[in-house]
Each structure stands twice: as structure tokens, then as C-alpha cells.
Design a protein around this ligand. Structure first.
Ligand SMILES: [Zn+2]
Length: 323
């Protein structure tokens, strides 16, 4: 009998050892902070990524995060900004989540001349990690608002920086990146505005994030189709999950975005973003919408970023909960 119990102990010990990894969640959590709970609305860009180690990253705060006091934010370690357009850096924002309608969300609170991203960074003592020529702009804004200019961190094309255990790299995005002269202000800002000239803060970017569980996520940013999506994002980084901007006009539309996903990046799953339309009603995709077209055109699982609904992804980009 004693021999049998030793065998049983060994067997159960082995089962416990095999089961152990799932006992410690190794998933990356993704929570959309859109304008309206449970829906995907025209202005929605913001996503929070939470590493298994607890590091929380806010991506493109835009206008739907209701300033630094938005109760959905919690701790924010890192803020990412793909480029300086108002719907990404946040030139204005809603007074509270669910203000206005999904079709026409409230954006009545001006964040000029700081931006929603800077206001949140100052309040939360977050790092702002950007590429191109954007870090000096954010450093100056942080300094002017009581923040620490050293919290503006450069991740220019090529290498990566590690912040809170997450490796952050920027990649090429085929877009524009003019800085609205209202951020500059004074006589210079006025003259530039009158002449119709934007400030130069370098190229727009996308990101590649490598989380501590090994998951590689590509955030397309506003972009057209680029060869880098195949050669760099797939070829070098081998991204398994993609957040793909699909709205058209300013970026790839649903068909172009589906081509990028199916033929260039080839991830295991995709989250459509920057839809610039009422994409859902009651949390279900609106038939005939651009988002509907995209969902039907992609060959991998596509997960709608419904505001407030947390999705969990394993290291292969598979959604294991909340999708
Ligand atoms: Zn945009």
C-alpha cells in the first residue's frame, strides 16, 4: 500500500507540474477604452495592454479616454502615440465615458495645447514612448506641465527599448504627421496657422510590442500598405496579433487592410481598429459596414474591440478569454 501511495504521489505531482503554467496566467489582456461601453464607435482608438507582469500600456489615447480622471484608466506605466493627429494624441476628449452617442460621441473638452496623452502622462507619471522626432515635443510638454522630461523615451526605427518588461519598437507607417500649430502657440503658431503650415515632428509610426510571455503584437497605426509589413513585421518580428486600422480614406480601408493581414503580416489573430463608423449595435457588427467587410475578408480570427470588454491572448496570439 505504501508503494502504491508513493506512485500516486508521483503521478499527481507530475499532473500538478504539467498543469502549473495555466495556474499562473501568462496572457496579455487587451481592454478597449472606446466612447461607448460594449460598442465599437467611430472615434475609438484607445486600447490598454496589460502584460502578465502587470505593466499597463495605453495605446493612442485619442479622444475617447475622458482625460486623466477617466475611471477606466487605473495605473498607466507607458503611453504610446503613433502620430500627432488629434484623433490619436488627443486634441480634445469626452467629459465622461458614454457621453453623447456612438455615432456622435461627446468631445467637448479641449486638451489644447497639451494633448490628452500629455495630460494623462503627467497625472499618472507614465512614460511616453514614441519614435521619429516626437520625443522632444513630448519632453517639452511634460516639462511645461510639471512632469519629468526624462519620461519621454525614444524608440526610433531599428532597435527597441524595454519598459516594464515589454520591448517596444517602432516601425514605418505610410502616413503624414504634421503638428497642429495650436500645440505651438504664440506668434509662431499663429503665423504657421495663417500660412497653413504644420510643425515637423518626423514620420508617423506603427509599433511592435514584445510582451514578457513572448507574445508579439503589431499596432499598425494609420498607414497605407507597406513592404515593411511583410519584410519587417512578419519577416523579422513574426507578429502573432495585429491591431489593424481599417477605416479607409486616411488609412487602409477594409479590403486593403485584409490584404495586409492575409498576405503580408499573416498573424494568428487581428483586432480591427480606427473604423470611423458605427461598427456595432448591441455589440454585434452592423451588416454591410466596413467592419463587416473586413471581418468577412480576413482569413484569421478577428476580434471586435468592444469598449470595456477585456480580451486575453496567449503567446501565440490566440484569444483565450473575452472574445
Ligand atoms: Zn487617425
Amino acid at each position: 500500500m505504501k508503494h502504491k501511495s508513493v506512485v500516486l504521489t508521483v503521478v499527481f505531482g507530475c499532473i500538478a507540474a504539467i498543469a502549473a503554467p495555466s495556474a499562473f496566467a501568462q496572457e496579455v489582456k487587451v481592454t478597449p477604452l472606446g466612447s461607448h461601453d460594449g460598442e465599437l464607435c467611430p472615434q475609438d482608438r484607445a486600447l490598454i495592454f496589460e502584460d502578465p507582469n502587470g505593466t499597463r500600456i495605453l495605446f493612442d489615447a485619442g479622444r475617447t479616454v475622458a482625460g486623466p480622471t477617466d475611471p477606466r484608466l487605473g495605473k498607466i506605466d507607458v503611453i504610446l502615440v503613433t502620430h500627432m493627429h488629434g484623433d490619436h494624441v488627443g486634441n480634445a476628449h469626452s467629459k465622461a465615458p458614454n457621453s453623447g452617442t456612438c455615432e456622435s460621441p461627446d468631445m467637448s473638452v479641449s486638451a489644447m495645447p497639451n494633448s490628452n496623452s500629455v495630460n494623462i502622462a503627467v497625472a499618472k507619471k507614465s512614460k511616453i514612448v514614441t519614435g521619429s522626432e516626437m520625443p522632444p515635443f513630448f519632453a517639452a510638454k511634460l516639462a511645461a506641465n510639471g512632469g519629468d522630461p526624462k519620461d519621454s523615451i525614444l524608440a526610433r526605427f531599428g532597435g527597441s527599448v524595454s519598459v516594464g518588461g515589454v520591448a517596444i519598437a517602432t516601425v514605418h507607417a505610410l502616413h503624414s504627421n504634421g503638428l497642429d500649430p495650436d500645440y505651438i502657440g504664440g506668434e509662431l503658431g499663429k503665423s504657421m496657422k495663417a500660412a497653413g503650415i504644420a510643425g515637423d515632428v518626423g514620420q508617423a509610426t506603427g509599433y511592435v510590442l514584445t510582451f514578457s510571455n513572448g507574445l508579439v503584437v503589431h499596432l499598425s497605426g494609420d498607414t497605407g500598405i507597406t513592404a515593411d509589413q511583410e519584410k519587417v513585421v512578419r519577416g523579422h518580428y513574426n507578429a502573432k496579433l495585429v491591431v489593424m486600422n481599417i477605416g479607409g480614406i486616411f488609412t487602409t480601408g477594409p479590403k486593403e487592410a485584409a490584404y495586409v493581414v492575409n498576405e503580408l503580416v499573416k498573424p494568428n489573430a487581428v483586432i480591427p481598429s480606427h473604423v470611423n463608423e458605427v461598427a456595432t449595435k448591441g455589440g454585434k457588427v452592423v451588416p454591410g459596414s466596413k467592419t463587416d467587410t473586413f471581418l468577412k475578408a480576413v482569413k484569421v480570427p478577428a476580434h471586435l474591440p468592444l469598449s470595456g470588454k477585456t480580451m486575453s491572448f496567449d503567446n501565440a496570439g490566440k484569444c483565450v478569454a473575452g472574445c
